[in-house]
Design a binder for this molecule. Structure first.
Ligand code: FES
Length: 169
């Protein structure tokens, strides 16, 4: 049985729960929710509202105002495209465009089937491999659009297989 909202948030980053009534504290709370769950759910908004006394509608307004906050869960495969300087000068734009073309996905979006999300990140520390992407925990470097398409097709295939397995085929 689902418990109370508090039960649901047992793993919440408790350090940030020392809410002191300042409006500015709302942003770290929302960041904490997103770091913990990958997105800010309605339940998170309800709980933050419960803790802070800020009306949920007001919190929702803040969430939708800042592009950094997501209200939908991330996809099964999260593609982080490095847009740091080295990657930028080595073709990160073409890498992003290839993903958009291959998966019909833009930055900060999740595909309708819930399989892929695409995020832009700053330097991830392997500039010698630029341009670089990370899919979940796997890093891919020295990418070209052709190489990337192959990688993405492998993931598409994998996602399809998983969906089939989950459907019990
Ligand atoms: S700039 Fe992309 S890894 Fe450093």
């Amino acid at each position: 049985m689902p418990g109370t909202v508090e039960d649901h948030f047992k793993t919440f980053n408790v350090d940030l729960w020392k809410y002191d009534g300042q409006a500015g504290a709302l942003i770290p709370l929302l960041q904490s929710a997103q770091d913990t769950y990958g997105y800010i759910s309605e339940k998170a908004i309800d709980y933050i509202s419960h803790v802070t006394g800020i009306p949920a509608a007001e919190i929702y307004g803040v969430v939708t105002f800042y592009a950094q906050f997501r209200t939908k869960p991330l996809g099964k495969y999260v593609i982080k495209v490095c847009n740091g300087t080295a990657c930028h000068v080595n073709g990160a734009k073409g890498i992003g465009d290839t993903i958009t073309d291959e998966l019909n996905l833009d930055y900060d979006e999740t595909s309708d089937d819930g399989n892929f999300s695409m995020l832009s990140v700053a330097c991830i520390g392997c500039c010698s491999l630029a341009p670089v992407i990370v899919i979940n925990d796997e890093t891919y470097g020295r990418l070209t659009p052709a190489k990337l398409r192959k990688i993405l097709r492998t993931y598409k295939h994998r996602a399809k297989q998983q969906a089939k397995a989950e459907a019990g085929d």
